[in-house]
Design a protein around this ligand. Structure first.
Ligand SMILES: [Fe+2]
Length: 340
């Protein structure tokens, strides 16, 4: 059923794109692998400001990439949006993006949060969560510490192949080197409380339940539980503590949601306008707050008390371009280490 709807709207987009009645600048086609309630306001505000109609196809990132590959030069898509550098890197490796050429974006988005082809619009931190009844907080202050034999049988993470962990591995490679990252991955595997399964929230729940002593999770999953009205979620938050990893060394690994203009975009001007709009103060707040993330543009503050209550932290500023270049090797390192 859902497939039919998507197929229909693709057909509608193709008609719109090839039709004579609509000039290229009045429409924008977005393929997005992220969807949050507040994103609706994000898109309607863009239309209100520019008069450009936004058509959205939302699906999983791998489905969208497959679609883009199949559509090739006939693709109606102008912009691709995804979460996590590893997924944006996958799009980059398929040579789907156009190079970025925008003074506005160069001025608004910090250099380390831009690559040649895609740009970060919000930031999330990969934090450590532990159960203070099972683990001494002093032992879990860095990513590296999670591989220490002192934590045998205590560590939970989702799959090593998941983009979030691949990006973390890519950051570790940059900071401690590929060899040390492989040793680290072996140490993590040796310390597992259970084989990787589930998402980041499942790891946090596992920590609260005492099945795991310590876990790695993206910050917004933690904030989502904080903001939840459900008593069982509040119990989880009460049972766990979070750590900003590596504050004394290279900083907490930060990942991103981002977007890029597609090489075959039929509406390049509209796409550029949209990417620049995403860097505006208002759009930054919509975009980041939709998933309890931090804006990418310095100085923009979302009104999110739970997020603010986490406080400030030192972030790793490894350039995304560098992180992106390490992803494939991070996967090979994890494979060798048995981090599946
Ligand atoms: Fe996520």
């Amino acid at each position: 059923m859902k497939k039919n709807v998507v197929a229909l709207s693709i057909a509608a987009m193709l008609v719109a794109v090839s039709g004579q009645a609509i000039s290229a600048d009045q429409e924008l086609n977005i393929y997005s692998a992220r969807h949050y309630q507040t994103d609706d306001a994000l898109y309607s505000e863009f239309t209100a400001q520019t008069g450009i109609k936004v058509n959205r196809i939302e699906a999983r990132d791998d489905e969208l990439l497959e679609r883009l590959r199949n559509e090739g030069t006939n693709s109606p898509a102008d912009v691709f949006i995804a979460v996590d550098a590893a997924r944006l890197t996958a799009a980059g490796e398929l040579d789907l993006f156009a190079p970025i050429d925008s003074e506005t974006l160069a001025a608004r988005i910090p250099e380390h949060l831009r690559t040649d082809t895609w740009i970060a619009f919000s930031q999330r931190a990969r934090v450590i969560v532990y159960n203070p009844e099972l683990v001494d907080g002093a032992l879990v202050q860095t990513y590296e510490a999670l591989a220490d034999p002192a934590l045998r049988g205590k560590v939970c993470t989702r799959s090593g192949s998941h983009p979030y962990n691949l990006s973390l591995g890519a950051a570790l490679m940059n900071q401690i080197g590929a060899e040390a990252t492989e040793e680290w991955a072996k140490g993590i595997v040796a310390n597992f409380a259970r084989p990787p399964r589930g998402g980041d929230t499942d790891q946090i729940r596992g920590v609260a339940a005492g099945e795991c002593g310590v876990a790695i999770a993206n910050s917004y999953y933690f904030v989502r539980l904080m903001n939840s009205d459900k008593p069982e979620d509040q119990q989880v938050i009460e049972a766990v503590r979070y750590v900003w990893p590596n504050q004394e060394t290279w900083g907490t690994h930060v990942n991103v949601s981002g977007a890029g203009m597609l090489k075959n975009a039929p509406n390049k001007e509209a796409a550029k306008k949209f990417l620049e709009y995403l860097a505006s103060d208002q759009a930054q707040i919509y975009f980041a707050d939709g998933n309890n993330e931090w804006p990418a543009v310095p100085g923009v503050k979302a009104d999110n008390p739970a997020l603010e209550s986490l406080g400030e932290f030192k972030a790793d500023t490894t350039p995304l371009q560098q992180l992106s270049a390490n992803i494939a090797e991070a996967q090979r390192i994890y494979d060798r280490a048995g981090y599946r």
